[in-house]
Design a protein around this ligand. Structure first.
Ligand code: SF4
Length: 241
């Protein structure tokens, strides 16, 4: 290795902290909702949202880290994904950008095999080139106040700008209800976020339907897209679907 080819920060021989690999299934949310996809869920998160729908991937006060996660070499992770059919691969978490340097070799292998990589992120960690060059789309999901953290922790203007600069980012917001619309509108105006998807906070089919209905008119008025949670409509809160 030459002095100019150091691995990016975070790359190490420790492998990826992996929560789960599953699929093929249906991407339930955001711009690719309805497409067949495989999922790679990393372990660990740099936020602590009070209504997180995947706390088993990071909240070690409630779940056992050793039972919920394992370390795996990046190339083994890619091989595991490649056993699944389907072109689309969703890298999600937890917060996958915490491990982007470790994920880069897996991402390279997957794109070389013709897979399309979309990354779901909370938008607080700037992409690094070694990973970014393999990502077709970032679904950036900044957190609103109802998630229970101070704004300085959940909204990082310079990181949002970096995602926008890729030209491969969309912004997806989980709303508790219409009471969150003004907060999102202000955030969108302040940081020029576009395009926007809004999605209800819901873990039952009935709540997804009523939540989408409650958001639809405000979304139409503002030119926002409405995201379902198809996996919840199809399979409820079942894990790994
Ligand atoms: S950023 Fe995502 S994974 Fe992390 S705590 Fe919030 S909702 Fe959960």
């Amino acid at each position: 290795m030459t002095a100019t080819s150091r691995p990016p920060a975070g790359a190490s021989g420790r492998g990826v902290l992996l929560c789960e690999v599953f699929g093929p299934t249906i991407q339930g949310e955001g711009p690719s909702a309805g497409q067949v996809a495989s999922f790679l869920r990393t372990g660990g998160c740099n936020l602590a949202c009070n209504s997180c729908d995947t706390p088993y991937s990071w909240d070690w006060s409630r779940f056992s880290r050793s039972e919920q996660t394992r370390r795996a070499p990046a190339l083994d992770v890619a091989a595991e994904i490649l056993r699944h059919d389907g072109k689309l691969v969703i890298i999600t978490g937890g917060e996958p950008m915490m491990q982007q340097a470790r994920l880069a070799p897996a991402a390279a292998l997957l794109t070389a095999a013709g897979r399309r990589i979309e990354v779901e992120t909370n938008g607080t960690i700037t992409p690094v080139d070694a990973f970014d060059e393999h990502v077709a789309l970032y679904v950036v999901s900044p957190k609103l106040a109802h998630m229970g953290m101070p704004e300085r922790r959940r909204i990082r203007p310079e990181v949002l700008a970096a995602f926008q600069a890729t030209g491969r980012a969309v912004f997806k917001f989980v709303l508790d209800g219409p009471q969150d619309v003004d907060e999102l509108a202000a955030l969108q105006e302040r940081y020029g976020l576009d395009p926007v998807w809004v999605m209800p906070q819901a873990t039952t089919a009935a709540a997804v339907t009523s939540g989408m209905r409650a958001l639809a008119d405000a979304a139409i008025e503002r030119g926002w897209n409405v995201s379902p949670r198809l996996h919840v409509l199809l399979w409820g809160d079942e894990r790994g679907r």
